[in-house]
Design a protein around this ligand. Structure first.
Ligand code: CFM
Length: 541
């Protein structure tokens, strides 16, 4: 067994380190950034700034609104054609890099491998791109005969004022195929989070509730906010299936537009990624009477806990017994497989900076492996994802969030069906089983760091000071991190691996993390701070 070359972390005073971090900025920026950084202290209620604009000039990990809409929420629906209305780069660079996998249904429809774009040119920017968009939709429908088409607006489309929604309505009528248009121009909002909201709104309006097919199982659930990266949704479905819980629709990993159209007949919504899809959960509850339960299928204990939450919701003795049997069986197997890895990984430290959920969810899996999360943060999540939903009424709506439409949703005149008697719903709500998310903060160790929208500079300083054994982050900083001699695991696309969800996924993850941390390669990398003298450059007149 080879040892990681990284020396054990020196004792760091977190408060001092935070001051050191912000001292690197001009005074005004330092003041702003300070509000995004916390040292975890469970003895008092803590609050953090989130979901506000990144200071220009700071290298952020964030993406854009288009990425959140097309890339995250709508793109994984595999039996629809998704057209990017814009210059080719937007479509090309969002093409399959997220590794959301799809298995075609009986009809064989699968457009996942295609990259559809209107490929706007200078001429279209000057004279308008609507004509080209019409032609693109016609051509796509003629060639592929999809069940539905989506159109995603990119920055220039908003700037020149193409009316993608009018074109969609017109084409829908002409071709007889639903066309869902999204005004998800990249610059809207402050991150991809705005795109999630826009995607939720239109999917709710244009798809959910359109097909009233009822599930035959009394335990039919939708999984919201699971995107089947590296096959995660399949492992989750395998386990739920063993328990006798029927997955009715997934939003939107391995997703089919047919499933989403009938999702309103399920008994329960399971919310995996709260950030990207809590809007849908809330709207479906208001319109159709379906409560939601927050789950985390990442990690052995988290998976077992989530299964028990589902069983508690249904309150059915047979289901309960099956769930317990499956947990006993799966946990035993997983524990046996994890044991050798745990021995090698116990006590190792990790820092986690991922979008809006995983920086929280993966802490459970690292705890299973005996590893410690010493710092974590989201790129674009909101305060409720850190502090819990109870703070929602206190959130201020700023100019950027006011930009994104908030749908007014009430009970559907014919299709509203409360799934629980009012009294029981109230009881479960009070117990925190339904409609409840506590956020990341309560799960973090005292003294650990919470950093929202971390910058590249801050991440570099964190690595130098804390010397974590592993950094979990994304492609934008992976190789910078590895040049420091620290292994970096991409928690967005899983570095071509996975699944990591569920019981078997946890074992896959342990194997991959063990291989990374104990790779002999880190012994060969000398981080810049060990190479003296440093090269310095100076600007001269
Ligand atoms: Fe939700 Fe996601 Fe995430 Fe997300 Fe994302 Fe993602 Fe993510 Mo990358 S929906 S918030 S916008 S769990 S693509 S599957 S990994 S940043 S932490």
């Amino acid at each position: 067994m080879s040892k990681s070359r990284i020396p054990t972390a020196p004792a760091v005073d977190p408060e001092e380190f935070v001051e050191e971090l912000v001292r690197r900025y001009p005074a005004k920026v330092a003041k702003k950034r300070r509000r995004h950084i916390l040292v975890r202290d469970p003895s008092e209620p803590q609050s953090i700034e989130a979901n506000v604009r990144t200071v220009p000039g700071i290298i952020t990990q964030r993406g854009c609104c288009y990425a959140g809409c097309k890339g995250v929420v709508i793109g994984p629906i595999g039996d629809m054609v998704h057209i990017t209305h814009g210059p080719i780069g937007c479509g090309y660079y969002s093409w399959l890099t997220r590794r959301n996998l799809f298995r075609p249904r009986a009809d064989g429809a699968n457009f996942m491998h295609y990259c559809f774009s209107t490929d706007m040119q200078e001429e279209d920017i000057i004279f308008g791109g609507e004509k080209k968009l019409r032609e693109a939709i016609r051509e796509a429908v003629e060639l592929f005969r999809p069940k539905a088409v989506s159109v995603h607006a990119t920055c220039p489309v908003g700037l020149i004022g193409d009316d993608v929604q009018a074109v969609a309505r017109e084409m829908e009528e002409e071709l007889g195929v639903p066309v869902l248009a999204f005004h998800c121009e990249g610059y809207k909002g402050v991150s991809q989070s705005a795109g999630h909201h826009i995607a939720n709104n239109n999917l709710f309006k244009a798809a959910v509730g359109r097909d009233d097919l009822e599930p035959s199982s009394p335990f039919a659930v939708n999984i919201l906010g699971e995107y089947n990266i590296g096959g995660d949704a399949w492992e989750i479905e395998r386990v739920l299936d063993r328990c006798g819980i029927r997955v009715w629709a997934v939003f939107s990993g391995n997703g089919s537009i047919d499933d989403i159209r009938r999702a309103h007949t399920a008994q329960l919504n399971l919310v995996m990624c709260h950030r990207s899809i809590n809007y849908m959960a809330e709207m479906m509850e208001k319109a159709y009477g379906i409560p939601w339960v927050k789950v985390n299928f990442i990690g052995v204990r988290a998976m077992a806990k989530s299964l028990r939450k589902i069983a508690a919701y249904f309150e059915d003795p047979d289901l309960n017994e099956r769930v317990e049997r499956v947990i006993a069986d799966e946990v035993e197997r997983a524990e046996k497989d994890l044991a050798p890895y745990r021995e090698r990984l116990a006590g190792k430290t990790v820092v986690l900076f991922v979008g809006g959920s995983r920086a929280h969810h993966y802490q459970d899996l690292f705890r299973d492996l005996g590893m410690r999360t010493i710092a974590a943060g989201y790129e674009f999540a909101h305060r409720d994802d850190y502090e819990g939903r109870h703070i929602l009424p206190t959130l201020k709506v700023d100019a950027d969030s006011r930009n994104i439409e908030e749908l007014k949703v009430g009970p559907h005149p014919e299709k509203y069906r409360p799934r629980l008697p009012a009294e029981r719903a109230e009881k479960l709500r009070r117990a925190g089983l339904i409609d409840h998310y506590e956020g990341m903060l309560p799960d973090m160790e005292p003294g650990s760091l919470v950093i929202d929208d971390i910058s590249h500079l801050e991440l570099e300083m964190l690595i130098k000071r804390y010397r974590p054994d592993l950094v979990c982050s994304g492609i934008k900083d992976k190789y910078v991190i590895e040049k420091f001699g620290v292994p970096s695991k991409q928690l967005h696309n899983y570095d071509y691996r996975g699944p990591y969800a569920g019981f078997r996924g946890a074992v896959n993850f342990a194997r991959d993390i063990d291989a990374m941390i104990h790779s002999p390669v880190w012994k060969l990398v000398r981080p810049p701070w060990e190479k003296e003298p440093c090269l310095r450059a100076e600007l001269t007149a």
